[in-house]
Design a protein around this ligand. Structure first.
Ligand code: PLP
Length: 364
């Protein structure tokens, strides 16, 4: 395999991303009447019925999508109160993370992100062959002072997930703002708000103040979580005109398909559905946390649609035991958290099923 000698720097260090197990994987392995998937932080309600209506009305299958995503950007522009030319669309917000890597990272540069943070930051750094710093967490949250201590003349990109996946911890507006004031403006800071809508904290990030004051910041958001559109692959980033213009140059011309664009528009327009999802998630999270307390199990307080639960016998043992019971959660070895599992908040019935089965496996 002579071509393997010529891999780009960094490629050899990558292991391919391991997604949460699918229902099909479990059906294949175990003979079960019921299987629930609480492993990838999806919205188990699915998307708004207004999105599902598109299944009957969408008729542009044969045409290339709008490469500039004008209608979707205009809808996001109203939502975020930011001009359309300060928005870049992505094939999931992952693509925006990758675009930042493509644009700013190389074997000569460095990136910074937290330990136990979303796996894709490491992936986009490794793929560009750059040196990366994974900063140990403080109480499972990002230690921004330690981030500052790792900045040097080679630093090009800093990634911050807020709330963080998988820990569910969050940073306040003031913490982020104080940090950004200390970061040199030649470093791009990605503030990844994939779980933005779920956050109830009063002191959470005020995105328009950040994009107004810091031209080196890009905020990313996703339609895969609260909007229930994971399969559509659509997300976006917004920030200063100069930064967004560069990313729009780098992205592929038709990176977001037509049905995904229409679905995202319909999803944003159904505010009642979104509010109901927020409410159900908050209630479900509260009820799961109460049950965990009653079972004497520790967990990390979460602002997202998931909770990290500490196990006494190791996350992958509990993960495997739950699989056999028809519950798919996430084991966190990939995130260097071998004692934890992460469970997505599901419907009331799914949450109860999870708790019943967890109780069963820890008692056996
Ligand atoms: C923190 C964080 N950012 C980004 C993403 C990627 O989401 P998308 O489906 O929009 O690519 C995820 C997905 O799990 C995530 O947890």
């Amino acid at each position: 395999m002579d071509f393997l000698k010529h891999l780009n720097p960094g490629i050899n260090t990558i292991s391919s991303y391991e997604p949460g197990k699918s229902i099909a994987d479990v059906v294949e392995k175990y003979d079960l009447d019921k299987i629930i998937k609480l492993s990838s932080n999806e919205n188990s309600r699915g998307p708004s019925p207004k999105v599902l209506d598109l299944t009957h009305t969408y008729n542009n299958w044969h045409l290339y999508p709008d490469g500039d995503g004008k209608r979707l950007k205009s809808t996001i522009s109203d939502l975020e109160e930011i001009e359309p030319d300060r928005i870049v669309l992505g094939n999931g917000s992952n693509e925006i993370l990758d675009l930042v890597g493509q644009t700013f990272l190389s074997p000569e540069s460095e990136s910074i992100f937290s330990a136990h943070a979303f796996a894709v930051y490491k992936l986009v750094s490794q793929v560009r062959g750059c040196k990366y710093h994974e900063i140990p967490t403080k109480d499972w949250g990002h230690d921004l002072d330690a981030f500052l201590n790792h900045i040097n003349e080679k630093t090009r990109v800093i990634f911050i997930a807020n709330p963080n996946n998988p820990t569910g911890t969050y940073l306040s507006h003031n913490q982020i703002e104080r940090f950004l004031n200390k970061v040199p403006s030649n470093i791009v800071v990605v503030i990844d708000l994939a779980y933005f809508e779920y956050v109830a904290a009063d002191d959470y990030v005020r995105t328009n103040e950040i994009t107004k004051n810091f031209s080196n910041v890009i905020i990313t958001k996703s339609f895969s979580k609260i909007y229930g559109l994971s399969s559509m692959r659509v997300g976006y980033g917004f920030g200063s005109r100069d930064l967004i213009e560069i990313l729009n140059r780098v992205r592929q011309p038709f990176n977001v398909n037509g049905l995904a664009q229409e679905s995202a528009i319909a999803a944003i327009q159904d505010l009642d559905y979104l509010k109901e999802s927020v409410k159900l998630n908050a209630n479900g999270r509260e009820s799961i946390c109460q049950s965990l307390k009653a079972m004497n199990m520790d967990f990390i307080p979460s602002q997202g649609n998931f909770v990290c639960v500490e196990t006494k016998i190791g996350g992958s043992n509990i993960f495997n035991a739950l699989l056999k019971e028809g519950v798919i959660v996430r084991s966190l070895d990939l995130y260097a958290m071998p004692r934890h599992i992460r469970v997505t908040i599901g419907s009331e019935e799914e949450n109860k099923f999870f708790i019943d089965k967890l109780d069963k496996v820890i008692s056996s």
